[in-house]
Design a protein around this ligand. Structure first.
Ligand SMILES: Cc1cc2nc3c(=O)[nH]c(=O)nc-3n(C[C@H](O)[C@H](O)[C@H](O)COP(=O)(O)OP(=O)(O)OC[C@H]3O[C@@H](n4cnc5c(N)ncnc54)[C@H](O)[C@@H]3O)c2cc1C
Length: 367
């Protein structure tokens, strides 16, 4: 049994913390504010490796598919452990074209999906509106990705926090970590902002977009992670619901939740850590959402927020051991950290507990 200090209470830190506590390690998770507040509870919750597949990111697609496959078991375990509802929904995703250019781009994407043998269905004309009556009548081309699911990310954060504590983990909120203590190329613990030193055999950095603020780690090891801001809002789903599926349009996505909201997102902006939503950002996503689902015009707005995707230079996560003995990273999950939660947690647990990374982590290991 090891004493493990995890820095960061988003999904990257919490998922691994829970799994490691289940294996009887003495796990302490340090979170500078409250779990999930920085990014993880602010996400859309789409689990959509196929819809998000891009021609250049084959490794990330494979990792996403691996994690998606783990999701049913992950949700079952977490629900059994906590009795909490995660709103895990499997209606699938519709990617819609709003003009001819989009339709051609989607047709190319479909070709790519088919080459990789990914499940995708092409829908045209009335078939689209039978599947999702809330879509604009002008939409004539769409792809249906049946395996791209969704979850409520804030609910998953709450459940992970509960499951971790119930498994014997120690959760320390309002406890910012100042630095990692490294002695002779081996980590011996962390120092908190109030100068308390906490001994640990293993330290995991899962500090999201603020990874760069953590002291004590040599530059050659600490990856550059930057915040990419996303603005979002939620509106009333309506009764009957305006939409049943996740809808991805060229300039916005809409994610219906069972608690009566539609989450609408999101911008990708390089604005540092400025948390203030802007009129232009919200206008852009609302316009894009209305183009696809005109019924949102009359929907009441519940809430508006921003979050910071932790993005690495290579635009992919970095997960696993570093060349400092006992120091592990789980950072840079970018726009897919909710999807990647189970693969990250199980992968990191295998690295720590069994001393070996699973094959699927090979392209994402530090260094
Ligand atoms: C608008 C938006 C929509 C998104 N939608 C989706 C989606 O639909 N599907 C999907 O898969 N992903 C989505 N994402 C991405 C996903 O939210 C992130 O990839 C994921 O939440 C990153 O998790 P994390 O644990 O690495 O980071 P975070 O959630 O940011 O957690 C890191 C934690 O570390 C803490 N911390 C930082 N420094 C310290 C310190 N020194 N001491 C102690 N604690 C510290 C922070 O306070 C924070 O709580 C979205 C992101 C945004 C912004």
């Amino acid at each position: 049994m090891s004493t493990i200090a995890i820095v960061g209470g988003g999904v990257a830190g919490l998922g691994a913390a829970w799994q490691l506590a289940l294996r009887d390690h003495d796990v302490h998770l340090f979170e500078r504010h409250h779990i999930g507040d920085a990014t993880s509870s602010r996400a859309g919750g789409m689990l959509a490796p196929v819809s998000e597949a891009t021609f250049e990111e084959r490794d990330l697609l494979e990792l996403g598919l691996q994690s998606l496959e783990m999701y049913p078991r992950w949700v079952e375990q977490l629900t059994d452990a906590t009795g909490m509802e995660l709103d895990y929904r499997r209606e699938g995703t519709l990617i819609v074209a709003v003009d001819r250019d989009d339709a051609e781009a989607l047709e190319r994407l479909r070709g790519y999906h088919e080459r990789l043998d990914l499940p995708v269905e092409r829908l045209v004309g009335d078939d689209i509106h039978h599947r999702e009556p809330g879509l604009a009548p002008s939409i004539h081309y769409a792809l249906f990705t049946p395996n791209d699911h969704q979850i409520d990310p804030a609910a998953m954060v709450r459940a992970l926090g509960r499951a971790f504590v119930d498994a014997g983990g120690q959760l320390h909120e309002d406890s910012p970590v100042d630095s990692v203590i490294i002695d002779d190329d081996r980590t011996t613990g962390v120092r908190l902002d109030d100068d308390t030193e906490v001994d640990a055999d293993i330290v995991v950095i899962a500090a999201g977009a603020r990874t760069g603020d953590i002291g004590g780690i040599p530059d050659r090891i600490l990856p550059h992670i930057r915040p990419v801001r996303g603005q979002m809002l939620s509106v009333e789903l309506g009764d009957p619901p305006l939409i049943e599926h996740v809808i991805r349009a060229p300039d916005a996505y809409l994610v219906p939740k069972s608690d009566g909201r539609i989450l609408i997102g999101s911008t990708m902006e390089e604005r540092g850590f400025d948390p203030r939503p802007t009129a232009g950002g919200l206008f852009h996503i609302l316009e894009g959402a209305r183009e696809a689902v005109p019924g949102i015009d009359d929907a009441h707005v519940f809430d508006v927020w921003t979050g910071f995707r932790p993005v690495s230079l290579a635009n992919k996560p970095i997960i696993g051991p570093t060349d400092i003995d006992g120091l592990f990273l789980s950072v840079g999950h970018g726009r897919g950290g909710i999807l990647l939660t189970p693969a990250t947690a199980h992968g990191l647990t295998a690295c720590i507990d069994e001393g070996e990374a699973p094959d699927y982590l090979a392209p994402f290991l530090p260094g």
